[in-house]
Design a protein around this ligand. Sequence first.
Ligand code: ZN
Length: 672
Amino acid sequence: MKKTNIMICLVGMCLLGCQNQNNKIQYNVDRFYDLEVLRYDVPDFDQLTLQQKTLVYYLTEAALQGRDILYDQNCKYNLAIRRTLESIYTAYPDKQDEQFLLMEKYLKRVWFSNGIHHHYSEDKFLPEFTQEWFGKALLSLSSEEWVEYGWQDNYDTLMAVVFDPDVLAKKVNQADGVDLLLTSANNYYEGLTQKEAEQWYAAHKDNSPEPLWIGLNSKLVKTAEGKIEERVFHVGGLYGEALEKVVYWLEKAKEVAETDEQRLVIEKLIDFNKTGDLKTFNEYAIAWVRDLNSRVDFVNGFTEVYGDPLGITGAWESMVNFKNIEATKRTTILAENAQWFEDNSPTANEYKKETVKGVSAKVINAAILGGDCYPSTPIGINLPNANWIRKEYGSKSVTIENITAAYDKAAQGNGFNEEFMFSDEEVKAAKRYGALTDNCHTDLHECLGHGSGKLLPGVSKDALREHASTIEESRADLFGLYYIADPKMVELGILPDKEAYKTAYYKQMMNGAMTQLVRIEPGKDIEEAHMRNRQLIANWVLEHTDDANPEVEWVRKEGKLYLKVNDYEGLRRLYGELLAIIQQVTSTGDYAKAKELVETYAVKVDPKIHQEVLERYKKLNLAPYKGFVNPVYTPVTDDSGNITDIKVDYSEGYAEQHLRYSRDYSPLPTYN
Ligand code: ZN
């Protein structure tokens, strides 16, 4: 699962326009520092059967019970700080006090980051309220709270944790040349040096063909006697109080599983949580990959390893979701017609596959975000992480449609398109077609683009070396761009008319040549492969337009620079030409040509354009990072206590939600 910061969403994805949204929902919930809190809705929840809804409900409860675990994993003082702040927040008499309001702002940030470090930069953020005020505010805590949160015994330490910029400064340190464990503030290791941990892992490594992921669910601690102890996360062990609750809800979920395959997944996960046995975890992961026919699906447990400086231990996360049938139909239609697309592509025949198999990817709606997926969340899931399981049993890859739709919805009217699009015409079209063509282009890219074409005999798939990813992403993007304008898309019922594709074209040019630069610091080159690919396409096109009648051109209007597309069909021709070139480079493994394309068009940034884009973007005052509040699920029961329905509510506020979670889903002790 890849966590995507919102900049990528703003730039890489659609900004405007999404049909079928419930207008009553307030999508923009809160805004503070560089963060914005949004709301997503869960379309089609009402279409689920009562059994499926009940299953979702039980799984959402299991998802919320793990929240404390992530706080503790991120830093051992996080629960103490959060609970202290929440107690002051509730008990402090003067809610209009200026210092109190600064504390509220800080607390909101702690909730957003699941702790005291920025969720993206990993740096510790400092409060704006004074230490003096905070010292006094602490007096509104009860004496039990003083003991429980640690103020009684460790007052100075806790004060330094909050106020001293040098104490626990970085959550996960990745810098070269220092001890990554001693300089990281998180809580995956205690008292060990990096070397000691690495030696321990080396000594315990499983080299069998079906290896156990040693360390996935444990913390290494060096005892007072200098012994290294592995504290495993399971019921009865570390984080047992929370995992016990997770198991409680999983047991209920098991009773309403949709299929035998799904029941097996839940059973294995229950076992794993109880025992911490990594062999059971492998069985669980395999069962999960094989569970393809259930509509409801979920992730719950120790998953991604970005939080561990050594990349071994998983951060606790959960996401419950169900298949979006309509959107999945779209990808199925494309996959079924894969051969037609291959045969009609503008590439040379010798580079085409004789038989092509489309990849059918699943589109889902998230029902709840938990742990490391909350409030900031990925927009796609690709699991499991164990390579041998992926190779032997495959993996599941999904796009989370209701989350991307919420980003789109929340961005409506934020001024971005108005600022960077040439005229009202493009803005209006983007509003109407933006979300649709964006999803459609992603589908073409993923389901067909990457799988199209073939290498000539004897050509190594590593031939393009460091330029391989950029060229491959360009190939998939161009395949999508070429076909999104094809009448076939309307014929297949995927696009409504022959105008829609123009929005995808305009946005590709604008994003590739201009607006994606908001993510690049002044003076820096473009490094990331997807970004290089986008600029490669846009700049190549701009360089190959017809001199007399340019298909697309730079224009200055009222002092501002814009791209103006004059001839969309001509633009399609150019995309097709470049696709043919890129396919040739790939099929023949032409490293020199790949290098030339990347170095000429993809890496260097025009400093004047860059500066102007940054200045114009800054004036829009958009929050670069976004996260979400969850819907609230409430069971409706009859007189005998049987569940007859599950109601979804979208009105809960940000602070309200976190205070409720801390009250109702907070089973862990303050120090673990
Ligand atoms: Zn791709």
